[in-house]
Design a protein around this ligand. Structure first.
Ligand code: CMC
Length: 386
């Protein structure tokens, strides 16, 4: 029967499909607001530029989990919890040692986060705030540990002091980072923390809406972020720049970009479903990319990036998104390209769990419809006669 008695939905009369759910509003939220025409991004009422200038990642976590900025006392308490919950359960350390070293780090992160649910088995199901802290505290340890183990190095135990950015760089490189490296990564974490109803956040909320648990929702979200049309784009951007580098010092990024466009290939790190102007996060990342590439002798990467940016603007009128310059920033910091998306996840965990908490407070099952375009009433033919 095509007509749904409860909703009046008649699939034969449905006028159109919003392919990719473009323009569909599925949830209300206070987490963030994006104005795609003016290029404005707001977290819980605060402009991203203000937060980038004045805040820290931990403060943004508090903001997204509590809908307000913390007092100093509240921030100290959150920081202490994050610092003291960084250690991994043995079962995950064993997993990181046993998993194939060639595995995609996002796949490893996804499985390890799923296994993390064991570590808070005694927490009540609705201890969402505590669970959000647990996952946020442990994700950097998982990423850094896998990075070292796969290179044949010993994993570095987390510090019970310092910011998320400081501790991550320490665990990754085995030495304490300088103030500038810590600040740069902290700013990247602020900029990637939250972004409306993107694909991974939608996944997280849809899983939450079945009244499943936070670990399931975050595991699903990591899987969604991994794709190159979403968070995986930052690694794809770096691969494009490295492909260019293979052509030598004098590689022509303009011709390279035009050639890809001619072949109808997408240029990673450009375009956005919502922004029709320069992504406001990309401004901050561009500034960092320029500074860092000069300091580390990677000027040519930055020049190629600008050549690509100008070509995309003149040929397609498409601007860069958050992933474009973040690639050069992480590369200049000496981070391996296939870890870039994990760093995105390590930040976006704050937004995902903020949305989970919000969804759980005012829940309804997420259950859209599909337009059936197949045949109906086909006679069943027995297998011996097919
Ligand atoms: N390179 C070349 N052409 C592009 C690009 C691009 N990066 N992005 C969009 N277009 C063109 C596309 O070919 C299409 O042209 P036409 O109408 O002539 O066929 C038009 O712009 C619309 O593109 P679309 O793919 O239908 O747009 P969408 O809203 O479905 O997709 C997007 C948005 C981000 C998936 C897309 O812009 C894209 O694939 N970009 C590259 C991947 C990327 O950088 N992803 C990161 C997104 S931002 C951060 C995040 O969420 O993780």
């Amino acid at each position: 029967m095509s007509n749904d008695l409860h909703t009046g939905f008649d699939e034969t009369k449905y006028p159109y499909i919003n392919k990719g759910l473009e323009g569909i509003v599925a949830f209300s939220t206070t987490k963030s607001s994006i104005d795609g025409q003016s290029g404005e991004l707001i977290y819980e009422g605060y402009n991203i530029d203000e937060l980038a200038e004045n805040s820290t990642f931990e403060e943004v976590c508090f903001l997204l989990w509590n809908d307000r900025l913390p007092s100093q006392e509240e921030l100290d308490a959150l920081q202490e919890k994050l610092q003291t919950r960084r250690e991994l359960p043995q079962v995950i350390i064993d997993y990181l040692h046993s998993v194939n070293k060639k595995s995609n780090p996002m796949a490893v992160l996804r499985s390890a986060v799923s296994m993390l649910s064991e570590s808070d088995i005694d927490l009540p199901d609705d201890s969402f705030y505590e669970k959000a802290i647990n996952i946020t505290a442990k994700m950097p340890t998982i990423i850094a540990a896998f990075s070292r183990i796969r290179s044949g190095e010993k994993m570095v135990a987390p510090l019970s002091e310092g910011s998320t950015a400081y501790n991550f760089l320490y665990m990754l490189n085995g030495e304490r980072p300088g103030e500038q490296a810590e600040k740069t990564l902290d700013l990247c974490l602020i900029l990637h923390a939250e972004h409306g109803m993107n694909a991974s956040t939608f996944t997280c909320r849809a899983i939450c809406a079945t009244m499943s648990d936070m670990y399931s929702a975050v595991t699903g979200a990591i899987g969604s972020l991994k794709g190159p049309l979403h968070g995986g784009a930052n690694t794809a951007v770096m691969n494009t720049l490295l492909e260019l580098a293979e052509q030598g010092e004098n590689a022509d990024a303009v011709a390279f970009t035009k050639d890809k466009l001619k072949k109808k290939e997408k240029i990673m790190g450009f375009g956005h479903r919502v922004y029709k102007v320069f992504d406001p996060r990309a401004y901050h990342l561009q500034k960092m990319a320029k500074k860092l590439s000069e300091e580390t002798g990677q000027e040519r990467m930055y020049k190629w990036s600008m050549d690509m940016l100008n070509t995309m603007k003149s040929e397609k009128n498409i601007d860069p998104n958050v992933d474009f310059f973040s690639a050069t920033v992480y590369y200049s910091m000496g981070i391996q390209p296939d870890l870039f998306t994990c760093i995105f996840a390590m930040s976006r965990i704050s937004g995902w769990t903020g949305h989970f908490i919000e969804q759980a407070k005012n829940n309804r099952l997420v259950r859209p419809r599909a337009l059936y375009v197949g045949e109906k009433n086909k006679p069943y033919v027995s297998i011996s006669e097919r």
